[in-house]
Structures are given as structure tokens and as C-alpha cells.
Ligand binder design. Structure first.
Ligand SMILES: [Zn+2]
Ligand SMILES: [Zn+2]
Length: 731
């Protein structure tokens, strides 16, 4: 058939391979009615792969004699709707990423592997034309005739029935094409409740909440800047309620560790409708089920982390991105997309409202408000009469610390405990001590595979590299001078916990970090014990700052906030400000006013004083003004080429080649290549080349050429390279 097939029926297919192009195949029977977004099994080299059909093509890109036929059509109905395909096409261009991999990212793993997408919720039904059609007129197609007769007897068949009748998909497709039969989604089994609301947890929204709800009335992007405790969630819930009453669906994106049972229960207590959650903890099977329920419209609310942005929702009416400033919305490997930015784009394609919510919005989001692209809605007050927390800087200059705790802080903590309150001690470093040091010869324990020090973990007496995960036993003798005079320098959560329990032996201390919450349910247990409200000290990393609400905490102590002043990353100060307010926002809620004490060497820095005196908006405007002055994002656009290799100079050589072969473009600045700040990581040497420009289009044009140069380079098979558009981590 291949020779006689008209060229207009070439199939354009995206293959999950690291190639920035699509592939053409010859059709088989049943391809005429194929819709874009359906999965197709195809031969690819010596493999059989599952690709996504994108459309028909008239222009062969290779000699048709060399083209292969597809093996099998997997779907009758697309697994990616037109709008999701549009979103994926946009992401492919914007992130300069291989389309096959973009589409693959958009699907649950089971579907990538070929699992049926609709089963068992689709019925094949007979159309009115089909009912009146004489099977004898089908012609020389006995299988089609058999199927039509079966459906004339029994007006609907599910996939199991079809399998029993041994009806193959080309036969069905032929009858669908003739409009004699049609696929129909089976009616949802569950009866819908009369009302979408189960109960309200407060009678009426406050005035500022009601104003916010009223403003979100049409398609567009809304930045909801509400301080911690101002009731952003209530605004989401009311906006979602509107959508549910129209029988539409809502998608809520939350950060990686923000999807706590507490978050979920706000939704389940409020709404009667089916809710699905999508996150990395699901099995492939659970994930597929959630995907199917969303795709079939059964789930009316989907709450999920980053990758949930690709959930099919045929009646999507609202998109919410909670904690929109959070770094976990950016995927940091492979397809490096920003789920928040894709949410804004999806909202535009679907013509629906998108709410980006945060107590500390990202500067680029505030900038988009200043430009008029997003509408800014503020919730400046805490709800229910609660007073806002107060901030105090503790100057550490010339102070003697006890495992990172200053004398003032030790007194303050005791004071709060004796009043029956809880205290949260924040330090963003797990383990016992970040440095193991030999007193005799100043030797420091370092990782062989990374340019990094090893962190001492005391519980199991081992050294760990937090960059590559390697674990070593603590040596008995110094590797250099063979003495045994080690001392741990600096403090991590474990050491702070130990010190606190020696100072306040009668109070319970709960440590919350990645190590203490490894086993399933352990975080839940800790949180439940804390919420009983007895006086206690909570020690933890930023895990503590996300999604949890501790009503008994009246004092938050942040032991170290100075990293932002030392970092060469231009985003470091923005992150410091966000972290201070996010962690500080845990202090006091409801009746008790909270206090936040910040230990710092930089108590006299105006930017820090402005943050705690005037709040986040003023702080953000100051940093934005600095960024503008220095030609930094969001006033410029950036793209980062990264390369890594086991050989010391290969990554640098490769990026040198890319930069040397590019045509001069005065509007795009190229910085580097330079070795990364931590050049060696997990045994690989890493380098980067940064592109920066005020013109997004000129930047992207040059990046596209850079990709072509990189792909053509003979060096490219000896190194790993990647591209990061709008990078969030520059060092
Ligand atoms: Zn030594
Ligand atoms: Zn390492």
C-alpha cells in the first residue's frame, strides 16, 4: 500500500527522544480518522516506541521509500486535548526542548508506556444513522458488519464486550468514520450532590476577602498578594465555589511539600464534589486513575504539584497557583519548565482566570503587575482580628553563641515556654554540623566527588555530602596528621536540638527536617503532637514553613538569615526576604500575637530594616529598582547553557565552541563560559554560559542557533549539556 498512498496522509509524529524534531510515518488502515493527540506505536531504529500523532503532512522530509509504516493506533480519542497540545507546542518553542519529551512529560507514566487511556469508562454506541443502516450495505467488510449488527442489538458496548467479540480498533474506526457508531463517555456512577458546599468554616468573608473575590470576575491573571494569615485560601475557595456552581472544574497547584493533609482537608471540608490529588507520592496506577477522573470530568477539583499543570480538564474554569514564588514550580532537570508560567499560558489558552497567590510574590510577578499584565489584589491584614507578627533583629556582631544561639535568644525562648507557648527555631541546615575540622592541622572533611564539605550527622555517626548523597563513616584519625582531634564547626538542626535540650531539659523538642521525617507518616505524627499545644520547641528547616499551621507558636527564632548577603546569585536577597516572612508568618495566629527574632551580622543593612519595618511590597520595590539599574531580570531575559563532564576541561571547551560559533548579536550579552561555583559535583566538572538580553525575541533567536551549534558539535557526545530558560539557580 505504501507506494500508492497519497502523500497528504503522511503522519507527523512526536517521538520521546532527545531530538528537536518530529518524524514522518506511513499510515495503516484506520488512520484516516486519526485525531491529533492520539498515541501511536511506531518502529524507531530497532525499537518500538510510543509517539503522539500531531497531524497529517503533505511534504515528505525524507524519501518515502525509506519511510516506515506505523505499527498500531493506541487511542481512538486523543490523550492530549487540542488546548493541551497547544500548551505543549508553546512550551516546546519557548523552552527549546524536544517536543517528544515535552509531550511525554505531559502524560502519566502508564500512558507513556501504552496503558489504555479511557478504559473502562468509554462505551461504543450506535448513532441514529447506524440504527437505520442495513448491515448488508456495509460491503466486503465482515468484521464491520458484525460490529454494526452487535450494536443494533445492544445499543452500547464497552471495551470488554469489544474484546470478547474480537473487534479490533481499525474496524471500529471505519464505522466511526462512516458515522454509524460513536464513542461516548459513560455517565459518572456517583450521583452529584444537590449542593457543592458541605460547610463553611467561617460565616462570612472579611471585607478585604470579599473585595478580592469580586475582583476575580473575568479571564486574566490575578496576583493575590496576601500576608500570612490574611485568608488567601478562603479567596481561592470562594472563587472555586463559583466555578463548581457552573459545573466547571478547578485546578490548584501547590509546592512540592505544600500538599499536606491540612491543605487537602480545607477543600474536602468545604466541598462535596470529587477531588483528586496528583503528586510524586502516587503510584503509576493511582496517577493514571486521577488523570482519568479529571479527563472524564468526574473530578471537579484537582490539587497537585508541578506536573499537575498538564492534567486534562475538559471543563476547566479556574486555575490557582498557591505560593507562586516557590522554587519547586520550576523543574530542575530534563524539561526545565515553570509550572507557574505554564499556568498563566494555559489560562490564556483556556480563556479563564488564573490566581497566583503568595504572601511574598516573586519579583517577576510583581513586575508583571507593574506592567499591567497581571492584576494585583492585596490582602494587607490578617483575618479574624489577629494581629500581625512583629520582627526584631538580633545583632550577632561580637556575641558569643551557643550552637548558634545568642544569649538574648536563650532568655526569650525560656520566657515564652514559661508562659505556656511554643517556640519555633529555624535553621536551614540539616545534620549536626556542616564542617568536621582537625584541630591539629586544620584538615576539613571534604567530598571526593564534589567541591563541597561533608556534613556531620551525629545520630548515626556518619559524614554525608548533601550534594551527591555519598555517606562515609566518621574517620577515627585525621587523614593528614593522623591525630584524632576532630571538632565539629557550625550547627545544623541536630546540634541545635541537642543544645536546646540541654538548656531546657523539661520541655519536649520536636525536630522537623528531611532526616527526621524519612518514614511515612512520621511528619504527620510530629505535626499532630505539636498541635496538641503543650509548651514545646520546634526545630526545623524550611519544611516547617510550608503548609503547616501551628497555632501555639508565639516566637519564631531564625538563627541564620545572612546567606543572601554572601551569595553571588542575584536572586539570593529576594529569597532571603521571602524566607524571613514565610517562616516568620508561622508566629502567632488567632488570638496570640507573634514575635520573630532574626539573628544576623547585618542588622544595620537598610534592605533588612526596610523588610521588617515596611513589609514585603516596599522591600520588593527596592530590589526591583536595583535590578533595573543592573540590567537584571525581570528587566532582562536570561538563558543558561549548562554542560558537565567527567573530564576536567571538556565542559568548558564545549561551551567555548558554542559561544565562538555564534554570530555576533549586540543586543544579547554572553557571560562565560565559566566553571560553576561548585565546579565538581557527583564526579562531574560543570560549566555554564549565560545569555542575557532586554529583547526576549533576539535572545531566543540566538539561543536557537546555540542549540543547533551544540547539537552539531562533535564534543556533544562526550558531555552532557542542557538549556535552562528563565533559570532560577544561577550558581
Ligand atoms: Zn589533622
Ligand atoms: Zn558529594
Amino acid at each position: 500500500m505504501s507506494a500508492s498512498q497519497p502523500t497528504s496522509h503522511l503522519l507527523e509524529i512526536a517521538i520521546p527522544a532527545p531530538l528537536r524534531k518530529t518524524f514522518q510515518y506511513l499510515p495503516t488502515e484506520g488512520c484516516e480518522a486519526l485525531k491529533p493527540g492520539c498515541r501511536i506505536r511506531v518502529p524507531f531504529g530497532k525499537q518500538k516506541l510510543i509517539g503522539i500523532f500531531l497531524g497529517f503532512s503533505t511534504r515528505p522530509t525524507i524519501d518515502e521509500v525509506r519511510m516506515k509504516h506505523i505499527i498500531e493506533i493506541i487511542d481512538q480519542e486523543p490523550v492530549l486535548s487540542d488546548r493541551l497540545l497547544q500548551l505543549c507546542h508553546w512550551a516546546t518553542d519557548y523552552y527549546h526542548h524536544p517536543i517528544g519529551d515535552v509531550l511525554s512529560n505531559a502524560l502519566p507514566v502508564s500512558l507513556r508506556k501504552g496503558a489504555p487511556a479511557q478504559e473502562p469508562n468509554l462505551n461504543l454506541t450506535i448513532t441514529d444513522t447506524g440504527k437505520a443502516f442495513d448491515p448488508a450495505d456495509i460491503g466486503r467488510a465482515p468484521r464491520q458488519r458484525a460490529l454494526l449488527q452487535a450494536l443494533q442489538l445492544k445499543s452500547a458496548l464497552n471495551k470488554d464486550d469489544l474484546r470478547d467479540l474480537d473487534i479490533k480498533s481499525p474496524v471500529i474506526a471505519a464505522l466511526v468514520k462512516k458515522n454509524l457508531v460513536a464513542w461516548q463517555i459513560r455517565e459518572p456512577d456517583a450521583k452529584r450532590s444537590v449542593d457543592v458546599i458541605r460547610s463553611y468554616d467561617q460565616i462570612e468573608p472579611s471585607n478585604q476577602q470579599q473585595d478580592a473575590i469580586n475582583l476575580i470576575d473575568q479571564p486574566g491573571t490575578y496576583l493575590l498578594h496576601g500576608i500570612t494569615g490574611s485568608g488567601k485560601t478562603e479567596v481561592y475557595l470562594r472563587a472555586i465555589e463559583e466555578v463548581l456552581r457552573k459545573n466547571e472544574q478547578a485546578l490548584v497547584l501547590v509546592p512540592e511539600i505544600g500538599l499536606t493533609p491540612q491543605t487537602l482537608s480545607r477543600f474536602t471540608q468545604r466541598f462535596t464534589v470529587p477531588i483528586e490529588t496528583i503528586h510524586s507520592g502516587l503510584t503509576n496506577r493511582e496517577r493514571l486513575k486521577a488523570w482519568q477522573n479529571a479527563a472524564e470530568g468526574k473530578a471537579q477539583i484537582v490539587i497537585g504539584t508541578r506536573s499537575a499543570i498538564f492534567t486534562p480538564l475538559p471543563n476547566l474554569g479556574l486555575l490557582v497557583v498557591d505560593e507562586e514564588h516557590d522554587g519547586s514550580f520550576k523543574q530542575q532537570e530534563g524539561f526545565r519548565y515553570s509550572a507557574r508560567d505554564l499556568a498563566v499560558m494555559r489560562g490564556q489558552l483556556e480563556k479563564i482566570p488564573v490566581i497566583l497567590g503568595s504572601a511574598t510574590p516573586a519579583l517577576e510577578s510583581l513586575h508583571n503587575c507593574n506592567l499591567g499584565k497581571y492584576k494585583l489584589i492585596k490582602l494587607p491584614e490578617r483575618s479574624a482580628g489577629a494581629r500581625r507578627e512583629t520582627y526584631q533583629l538580633l545583632n550577632l556582631r561580637n556575641k558569643e553563641l551557643k550552637s548558634g544561639l545568642s544569649p538574648e535568644l536563650i532568655v526569650q525562648i525560656r520566657d515564652e515556654l514559661e508562659k505556656g507557648n511554643q517556640v519555633l527555631v529555624f535553621i536551614n541546615r540539616r545534620g549536626f554540623a556542616p564542617v568536621l575540622f582537625c584541630q591539629e592541622c586544620q584538615w576539613i572533611a571534604k567530598c571526593d566527588r564534589c567541591d563541597a564539605r561533608l556534613t556531620l550527622h551525629l545520630e548515626r555517626r556518619f559524614l554525608m555530602c548533601h550534594h551527591c548523597g555519598v555517606q562515609l563513616r566518621v574517620p577515627n584519625k585525621c587523614g593528614e596528621c593522623h591525630s584524632g582531634q576532630f571538632i565539629p564547626l557550625g550547627a545544623g538542626t541536630q546540634r541545635v536540638e541537642e543544645t536546646l535540650s540541654s538548656i531546657y531539659p523539661t520541655y519536649p523538642i520536636y525536630r522537623i527536617d528531611r532526616d527526621s521525617t524519612l518514614s511515612k507518616g512520621s511528619l504527620e505524627n510530629l505535626v499532630n503532637r505539636i498541635q496538641e499545644g503543650q509548651p514545646a520547641i520546634l526545630v526545623g528547616t524550611q519544611m516547617l514553613a510550608k503548609g503547616h499551621h501551628f497555632a501555639g507558636v508565639t516566637l519564631v527564632a531564625m538563627l541564620e538569615i545572612d546567606a543572601g548577603f554572601f551569595s553571588s546569585d542575584y536572586k539570593a536577597m529576594e529569597r532571603t526576604g521571602q524566607l524571613i516572612l514565610q517562616v516568620g508568618g508561622r508566629a502567632g495566629r488567632e488570638a496570640r500575637q507573634g514575635k520573630v527574632m532574626l539573628q544576623t551580622q547585618f542588622a544595620d543593612q537598610p534592605i533588612l530594616q526596610q523588610l521588617i519595618r515596611d513589609g514585603y511590597s516596599a522591600f520588593a520595590e527596592t530590589i526591583l529598582a536595583e535590578r533595573k539599574l543592573n540590567d537584571l531580570p525581570p528587566f532582562t531575559y536570561q538563558c543558561l547553557f549548562r554542560a558537565e563532564s567527567t573530564q576536567r576541561n571538556s565542559a568548558m571547551d564545549f561551551l567555548e565552541e558554542v559561544s565562538a560559533k555564534l554570530p555576533p548579536e549586540p543586543s544579547v550579552e554572553m557571560l562565560g563560559p565559566i566553571p560553576q561555583t561548585m565546579e565538581k559535583r557527583a564526579g562531574r566538572f560543570r560549566a555554564q554560559l549565560l545569555f542575557s538580553s532586554r529583547s526576549r525575541s533576539l535572545l531566543h533567536r540566538l539561543v536557537k542557533e546555540g542549540v543547533a551549534v551544540a547539537q552539531a558539535s562533535k564534543r556533544s557526545n562526550r558531555i552532557r549539556w542542557s538549556l535552562d530558560i528563565d533559570p532560577v539557580d544561577l550558581v
